[in-house]
Design a protein around this ligand. Structure first.
Ligand SMILES: *[C@@H]1O[C@H](CO)[C@@H](O)[C@H](O)[C@H]1NC(C)=O
Ligand SMILES: *[C@@H]1O[C@H](CO)[C@@H](O)[C@H](O)[C@H]1NC(C)=O
Ligand SMILES: *[C@@H]1O[C@H](CO)[C@@H](O)[C@H](O)[C@H]1NC(C)=O
Ligand SMILES: *[C@@H]1O[C@H](CO)[C@@H](O)[C@H](O)[C@H]1NC(C)=O
Ligand SMILES: *[C@@H]1O[C@H](CO)[C@@H](O)[C@H](O)[C@H]1NC(C)=O
Ligand SMILES: *[C@@H]1O[C@H](CO)[C@@H](O)[C@H](O)[C@H]1NC(C)=O
Length: 696
């Protein structure tokens, strides 16, 4: 039991599957369940249907189809006419029923007597829904001296009307040409509209005698789908009646329409409000019949299906059928229509028909690409340069002892970018052997940035040490080192900015401002204190190496501040001869020049020259016979006072004596015997003593 039902399944299931898969998509919906919409392989869409008249609603009145032997669909002929076999039924886009019609014929014996004939009566009801299609059919006749006309039923008053006719003629069997239906043996002509019940009638006798036409024993005539039949000479001369056209049928198309009122005019306008109005679907419209009275129903544009059935018209997915609905761009389906556009970046005058082209033409695209590429490369190069620069800065920072100074955290370590805005030619306030000095604002404070000339390389360790030492020095007479920048080849130094400039500017500047003896005494004393302080540092003796008026700066209260402490020496260290270049020869200790050994007494010598400049307000120049230093020394050797060398502004009254004392002090500083020179501390004390004595 179980196994047999299993066997049944195995046998039947594939068949069912095949049937399901190969079944054509249903062309229509049936109105009520139980209606069969197929007969044989012909589908039967509503308003057609199979069933008994009045039995159900499977078909509309006049559209009944009978399914003979469950396989052959036929429509009933009228009166004595036989049923008409149906080949196909279509609802849209054109309402057509394709049927078979037997060929009409007549044959003769040699004396021209008719031996047999069939006129092929087509029994279509004049009041019915069908008309022979004039668009789709043609009348074809075959014969050698033949005249055929269509005789169609035309109501009660005239039993027949002649509609159209054709003549075929041939003298002998050689006349007709294969495939050419042009009047020799074969004739074809269009069919007028409106024809229903009809026969094809042959003229015989008289002029149309068929005597002695043994090469052409029969005439044939048929209404056939246009283009279906191609003329064959064999059909004309066929002697075996059983195999000839007389035993065949030809396919022919019928227009159908809703003709509820028979042959009376019955238009859409009149029908639309009638209860039996046939156009049931939404998105459907009524079209007046072009062949006979009545109307047809059609889905409106953008929809397809069966307009005679409720909801029979459905949206067409135009995008899925590009061969029917052209779109050269991007297709988008909507209910009842579709849209076609090119999408962004493309254009077309008519995207439905003309292909889309890029809005930006190819050359432009190429150039945009090239420019973009160049920009990208430039950007990458820029990034690389920036990174390399950053790397280099870090490298220099490290090389210049940044990490050590960072740990010491004594002075500020400036970034290169902090100082870059200051390093402009317009900010230059000084130039010298050391390098250039710029004035600028950093963090709200005025600073002087010293940028050494390139090539003044220093060893990083020593530089770092010096910086640390320098930064520890906080003395009111020494310019304070605020910080440095290590991210450059040669580190830059940032000092506090001293407003009045150098003593050199004050003494020898363009406009000689008055400068009292007291002021000068103060400057000398305090500058000496600054130098003494540095010389007497506990751990390291810090030497200046380039003491001169230009390195003694004055603030707004004329308090001297010594600048460039130790830097020139520091820079000179690497190069035996640099000292000659950097130090100012005018103030240079001759002993140092000889020995190359810089000592505290070298600074003392230089300070002696500074004192001489201070009291004479004359610029010391490089040793020559007429130089300031030589003049003083000459006078000193001769035991003479140098009164004539003093600045007249201060060489007045009792002050001359003090100036003499100052000159004497300077002479001691300039002693070529280094040991005879006083120390800076002694000089400072002496100067303070002078000031005290004046105040008493
Ligand atoms: C329908 O069936 C007939 C025979 O039954 C066949 O000749 C014809 O080609 C078929 N038509 C279609 C459309 O399959
Ligand atoms: C229907 O079937 C019968 C019996 O098989 C047959 O005689 C008849 O010719 C068939 N009719 C058509 C239209 O095929
Ligand atoms: C042709 O048919 C007519 C009428 O049936 C007959 O009188 C005549 O003899 C026939 N001719 C021939 C040659 O058979
Ligand atoms: C037919 O041919 C015969 C003899 O060949 C001739 O006598 C007769 O007149 C012809 N008939 C016609 C209608 O031409
Ligand atoms: C034509 O067919 C019919 C019936 O099928 C037959 O009686 C007749 O002899 C046939 N004619 C010829 C010439 O074969
Ligand atoms: C029905 O509509 C389609 C598309 O709107 C059109 O192509 C067709 O010609 C119409 N049919 C009739 C009979 O008007």
């Amino acid at each position: 039991m179980g196994s047999s039902s299993m066997m049944w399944m195995i046998l039947v299931l594939p068949a069912l599957l095949v049937a399901t898969m190969s079944a054509p998509v249903p062309e229509t919906l049936t109105l009520s369940p139980g209606c069969v919409n197929r007969c044989g392989n012909v589908s039967i869409p509503y308003p057609f249907g199979i069933g008994k008249d009045g039995g159900n609603d499977c078909f509309r009145k006049g559209f009944k189809i009978s399914c003979i032997n469950n396989s052959v669909p036929v429509m009933a002929g009228t009166g004595t006419s036989p049923d008409i076999q149906v080949l196909s039924l279509s609802v849209s886009p054109h309402p057509v029923a394709q049927v078979m019609r037997p060929v009409s014929w007549q044959c003769f014996n040699v004396t021209g007597y008719v031996t047999g004939s069939y006129y092929g009566e087509l029994g279509l009801d004049v009041e019915g829904v069908y008309r022979i299609s004039s668009d789709l059919n043609e009348l074809v006749i075959l014969g050698c001296n033949t005249y055929v006309q269509i005789m169609a039923g035309a109501g009660e008053r005239h039993s027949y009307m002649y509609y159209t006719a054709c003549v075929a003629y041939a003298n002998d069997a050689s006349g007709p040409i294969e495939g050419a239906c042009t009047g020799i043996g074969c004739c074809s002509v269009g069919v007028p509209s409106g024809i229903t019940q009809s026969i094809l009638s042959f003229e015989t006798g008289g002029y149309w005698s068929h005597a002695n036409q043994t090469f052409c024993p029969c005439d044939y005539a048929f209404i056939v789908d246009r283009g279906y039949y191609t003329f064959k000479r064999a059909d004309l001369i066929h002697t075996d009646v059983n195999g000839s056209l007389s035993t065949t049928s030809m396919p022919m198309s019928l227009d159908w329409a809703i003709r509820d009122k028979g042959s009376l005019p019955w238009t859409c306008a009149a029908a639309a409000s009638a209860p039996e109005y046939a156009c049931k679907s939404v998105h459907s419209e009524c079209v007046d019949s072009k062949n006979g009275p009545g109307y047809i129903c059609n889905c409106t544009a953008g929809y397809e299906g069966n307009a005679y059935v409720v909801n029979g018209c459905t949206d067409i997915d135009e995008c899925a059928r590009p061969e029917d609905y052209s779109c050269r761009g991007k297709c988008k389906n909507f209910d009842g229509h579709y849209k076609c556009d090119c999408g962004t970046g493309y254009k077309s005058n008519d995207p439905y028909k003309e292909s889309c082209t890029p809005i930006i033409p190819l050359p432009a695209q190429i150039s945009i690409g090239i420019i973009g590429g160049i920009l990208l490369l430039a950007f990458i190069a820029f990034i690389i340069i920036v990174r390399r620069e950053r790397h280099m800065r870090r490298e220099l920072y490290r090389k210049n002892g940044g990490p050590t100074l960072e740990k010491a955290s004594i002075i500020k370590l400036f970034k290169k970018d902090d100082l870059t805005p200051i390093l402009k030619p317009s900010n230059t306030i000084g130039k010298g052997g050391f390098g250039e000095v710029y004035k600028g604002l950093v963090d709200g404070a005025w600073v002087a940035v010293k940028k050494p000339v390139r090539g003044n390389q220093m060893e990083s360790d020593q530089f770092t040490n010096e910086i640390i030492i320098q930064s520890k020095v906080i003395h009111k007479n020494i310019v304070r080192l605020i910080g440095c920048c290590l991210e450059v080849d040669t580190p830059m130094l940032v000092y506090e900015f001293i407003s009045q400039g150098s003593m050199d500017d004050i003494l020898h500047g363009g406009e000689k401002k008055p400068l009292s003896l007291d002021a000068r005494m103060n400057i000398a004393a305090e500058a000496a204190q600054g130098l003494a302080y540095m010389h007497s540092q506990a751990n390291t003796v810090i030497l200046h190496g380039d003491v001169k008026p230009a390195n003694i700066l004055l603030d707004d209260k004329f308090v001297p501040k010594i600048s460039d402490f130790g830097i020139s020496r520091l820079i000179a260290r690497d190069n035996e001869h640099t000292a000659l270049v950097i130090g100012d020869m005018t103030y240079m200790d001759p002993v140092y020049l000889q020995t190359g050994l810089l000592t505290a007494k070298s600074d003392v010598y230089s300070f002696g020259v500074v004192i001489l400049e201070l009291i004479s307000r004359k610029k010391a120049t490089h040793p020559s016979n007429t130089s300031l230093v030589n003049s003083f020394i000459e006078n000193h050797k001769k035991g003479m006072k140098s009164t004539e060398l003093f600045d007249p502004e201060i060489a007045v009254g009792a002050d001359v004596g003090l100036l003499d004392s100052l000159a004497d002090l300077a002479m001691k500083c300039l002693d070529l015997d280094v040991d005879q020179r006083p120390t800076m501390t002694q000089i400072a004390e002496q100067l303070v003593a002078f000031i005290r004595s004046r105040q008493m």
